[in-house]
Design a protein. Sequence first.
Length: 418
Amino acid sequence: MIVSELSVGKSNFFLKVPTPFVSVNNLIVWFSTVCCLNRQLFGTRTHLILPTYPILFIFAALKTRLFVAKKNKKKLGRWLTISGFLLAIVFAVRAYNIYGDVKKPNVDLKGRKTACIYVRTGSTYSDVVKMLKDSCYVVDIESFDWVARQKNYPQLVKAGRFKIKDGMSNNQLINMLRGGVQEPVKITINKTRSIKRIAEMIGSKLEADELDLYDLLTDNQYLSKFGKTRETAFTLFISDTYYFNWNTSAKEFVERMYAETQKFWDDDRQAKAKAVKLTPDEVYTLASIVEEETLKNDEKPDVAGVYLNRMRIGMPLQADPTVKFAVGDFEIKRILNKHLTVDSPYNTYKHKGLPPGPICIPSKSSIDAVLNYNKHKYLYFCAKDDFSGYHAFARNLIEHNVNAEKYRKALNKNRIYK
């Protein structure tokens, strides 16, 4: 430490000037210290640090000159003004670069307007950065990293499916990721004939593993909490379109489906099920047969009425779709005697009453067709010989055989033998 005299006007006073500002060697030490502090503020963000180095060096020299230029009021004022101006430039440069890191576009989707990125459950911040690097969507990963750390994102990583837009800034991207603002996944559940197929479809759209989902839907102990068995697992699903967060687990998916089923079976539908002396699951099972019998919604109440008439008189349902399910081949066009002999509880030619469970996931129209069936005296029906998709209904076996012969001739004419 040295003592220097400074004269301002008529007054003389003394300043204790640190030696670093007088010695050139110590000036370098002082400058290095400033650089270290600068890096503490900006980390490895070189485009924030480097522009300030020349200015800081000049400012350091000016500050040294300030203490050397004693007894000169004008020079003192000039150097103070220059120092203040350069300091303002330093902060302006820093502010501009920080603004660029935070607000300027940093997402380039290569011509696309939107894209989705996925953060798996349990991912760390490093996993997210690697994913962004691999996707090549983020232009400057260093600026993303710097802003993310300022916003504490490394401690707030959330799993999910996120929709990013071309031209997004780091601030927008990080706010979305940090807040867990997901893009929902649209899932449409319609006629499906196997639990395995459901598990595969859901597993392809959600993070939930298809094997985990299949295990749950075939586990009687787990299904019992919903009042289901592996044979009635289909009844957990109501055909409709649903929206899920991508990171939905297998158990969360099943629980959501059960909740949707409870909503569907409102007081009105439950009352109608009771009126036909069936439980909701039995209505669902019969509806699955109706679903496979006809694609014509306006005909479904008639088909449902036939089966309910047979059940009332103790007649086997003799539903061809249940035989196809028992055989495991829904591509069969013509049911033959060899198919009718298959030993399966789903073969309704051999076993009276409903099969153990649904043979598919029916549409809502088929379920409501059973609940609102047409009251008639028909006991038989078969496909019309015009292949229109509609059916010819009959009250007795004689009428039915006439209709069936017409259809058989049409099949033979069109060389459909199996």
